[in-house]
Design a protein around this ligand. Sequence first.
Ligand SMILES: Nc1ncnc2c1ncn2[C@@H]1O[C@H](COP(=O)(O)OP(=O)(O)OP(=O)(O)O)[C@@H](O)[C@H]1O
Length: 590
Amino acid sequence: MLWSRNNRLSQRLKRRPLQLAHFSKASSSKPIVHIPKSSIYSLGAGSSTKPLFHGVSWTIQPDEAWVITATSSGGAKTQLLQALTGHLRIHPFPPPPGGLFPFLEGLDPYHHVDLVSFAHRPRGAGGAFYDYTARYGAVREEDKRTLRETFFPELAKPLHELALPDLLVRSERDAPQDAEHVKKQEAKSRLFEKLTDVLGLGEFLDLPMIALSNGQTRRARIVKALLEQPELLILDEPLTGLDIATRSHVLGLLQSLHAENSPHIILGMRPQDPIPDWTTHLALIRKDGTVHTGPKEAILDAEGDTLHSGWTAPPEVSHKPTKEASEAVVHLSGVNVAYGDRKVLKNIYWDIHRNSRWHLIGSNGAGKTTLLAMLTGEHPQSYTQSSQMKLFSRPRAKWPTPHLQARIGRVSPEMNNGFPRRRGMTVWDAVGTGFEGNFTPRGRFKVGFGEDGSPLEEGGEEERWRVRRMWEVIRALGPATWRGEGKSTAEAHEAEAFSQKAFVDLPGGEQSIVLLMRALVGRPPLVILDEAWAGMDEGMVEAAKLYLREDGLEDGQACIVVSHWEEEVPWGRTDGVRRFRLQEGFGNEE
Ligand SMILES: Nc1ncnc2c1ncn2[C@@H]1O[C@H](COP(=O)(O)OP(=O)(O)OP(=O)(O)O)[C@@H](O)[C@H]1O
């Protein structure tokens, strides 16, 4: 069923090329991007400061399809992409008349160059905790706006046909300029229909925005960016969080748009991501801040050692996989979740034993996040299903939700988005909230309170253990390990300095690894890693996978990994990983 739907989408894409070329304003043969030999600085940094990138010579011709990737950590790829959207200072700046974007021939880049990033949560997204659990309950009035109304307000259908917008009923003679506008709107509507059809979004357009799954929302962001009809569209990690079938639809769509140069596409990708066949050129950011640009094959030949051509398979672990215990931390016996007529989970049976390792899979919208929200007790329907849900040996309703949160360490896109970015919150503070699974650092060493809600005994065993554990996890996943370096005095100093950094100022990938530290710090009996590697560079991912395989989890802990990529699971099948698949609402072990 699933496959036949996906095949139908592929067929549609083949039958009906998108033919967007008539939107293009700039069919120039001039270079798309031209950076002569420049250094790139943060905005406001003087020329005497160290540039972020130096000696950048980069020219993109119209018939070239470029991928930007980095071997270094710290969000270098995203920064280089931001240099193209005016968020960094290029010096010397490409001279007129061509400037940075010669092909625009004088058009304002502000309106014609668009960057859509899927790598990180935008900066300045606020210091308050964003309550992502709102989507699981009855939809509140303020959250009722549909996908169509939120992303595409100008294309929202009038509620009643008599309420046609004024401009649709005026005659061309009365308002010729409006007629032009109507024509454009109609073309845009047609494009909207096609894009949403190709990306399988048609059936979700009139659902409340808040109800959409991650993958559905990301697809909508791509559609929105295309509807704005930029001349150049830069997509940073566009495949993040997309299931396998959707990935190929998105890549197919981008390829066909790029072939028509309407818009021209530049892709930012992690080095571990497969580079699409149809791309021709690579800009590889090296660790020293230089950028190697050129034809893909030449760069891969020259720099192949620093780049992986895909994810590495998990190496054999030296110790035997831990044997699953018979005690279940989660016991689901016929769990259902429905929103009105929409049945998302149907009669789910699942036992998760201590020491077990699970890979939870299912296409976008299959119900993975919903199922996990039942396990974490965030979903209100977890109360109504309490007798079908035993968590840590008790029915769900017998657990106060904060006690459940302290027993489940978790990273997820929702958590990443919702986690407060308060000024003054350090890496240490953020990690320390993991002991209680809340969002406010408390206690004299910021390692939380006891389960009864009172401060820990000063100098007591629990407090000492928590502080020790903080250092353990910050060192085990700290900056030196991203470079593959072992433990040393210098590394310990570096970890200490890292622990005092402001969480909000870290690049997205570093924020992700800090949230992973937070999930693991308390050694909770259940760890959920939902798209844990988003935004991380390869060094971080390798360090995190290694830690998880070795000391990151100890005897008694169970772990669920949610990912659309088999290679992202830190353990291989021989390590005893089991796979639970959600499909059409049903859940089965494979
Ligand atoms: N309040 C709601 N009303 C109606 N449908 C909803 C509501 N909340 C969620 N859904 C639907 O439930 C389905 C499952 O969503 P969920 O987020 O669990 O999917 P997922 O498997 O985690 O997807 P992804 O891989 O994209 O993250 C989606 O189709 C979503 O639109």
